[in-house]
Design a protein around this ligand. Structure first.
Ligand code: ATP
Length: 227
């Protein structure tokens, strides 16, 4: 493992070295975030202009047609722990690249889908990790604009985590005296202090209107609990 023999290995990342194919907004943002957390990232794009613009922002950026299995092999992608297909809009290219990565039979594959159909094709190909950023963001935005939640993370199967503001009606109450859990099935997990740090919530935590809390529970009940 490790396709950057000229660089020291960085330990501590579950993803290992990551190859990102397609350096549009998604691929770029993902790569930069990984680099910032100490992960070694190889960026691959078919466009010379894109590669030129990305030079220096990842551990290495190369121009290649990632649907070509030999090109991937020459870059050592088979030795990467993780490869990401970050081509969304070009359906044909994303499928060809995914297929080449499957043939490589090395890295764990993650793929970005811009549509339901594309997500389904990836799953049919056996890719277990499919991102659907537009869909997820749309769902999240819907919850945010129709509720008083300030952030919302759908965990699937109707369950979510939310950042919310303690409503007036429970102000001054201890958590055990509220009906968050009995009425809504919502658990308060964390509470934000004035200095921005977070504390765990216990049954004896006193709630004050306006405080920020992290809550977990069924999607629709989260909105109702904090309305
Ligand atoms: P975003 O919404 O994240 O900006 P997107 O899903 O619409 O991105 P594009 O902006 O089209 O995707 O970016 C995909 C990138 O993938 C482009 O920079 C394109 O040059 C690159 N690309 C397309 N085909 C291949 C290929 N066969 N091999 C490598 N890179 C490719």
């Amino acid at each position: 493992m490790g396709s950057f023999p000229f660089l020291p290995r960085i330990h501590g990342s579950d993803a290992g070295d990551v190859a990102i194919i397609g350096l549009g907004r998604f691929g770029t943002a993902m790569g930069e975030e990984l680099v910032a957390s100490g992960v070694q990232v190889l960026g691959i794009d078919i466009s010379a202009d894109v590669v030129q613009a990305m030079k220096g922002r990842f551990t290495q950026v190369v121009r290649a047609d990632a649907s070509n299995i030999e090109a991937l092999q020459q870059l050592g992608v088979q030795d990467f722990q993780t490869a990401v297909v970050a081509i969304g809009d070009n359906l044909a290219a994303s499928i060809l690249v995914a297929s080449a990565l499957i043939k490589l039979d090395g890295p764990e594959i993650w793929a970005k889908a811009a549509s339901e159909q594309q997500a389904e094709i990836f799953r049919q190909l056996g890719i277990k990790h499919v991102f659907e950023p537009e869909k997820n963001m749309g769902q999240r935005a819907a919850h945010l604009i129709t509720s008083r939640l300030s952030d919302f993370f759908d965990l699937g199967n109707g369950f979510a985590l939310a950042i919310a503001t303690v409503p007036e009606r429970v102000s001054g109450k201890l958590v055990r005296d509220t009906r968050f859990r009995s009425e809504y099935g919502v658990s308060l997990v964390g509470i934000k202090n004035e200095d921005g740090t977070w504390d765990q919530v216990s049954p004896a935590t006193k709630l004050i209107a306006g405080q920020t809390v992290l809550a977990a529970g069924p999607n629709n009940n989260l909105e109702r609990a904090f309305s």
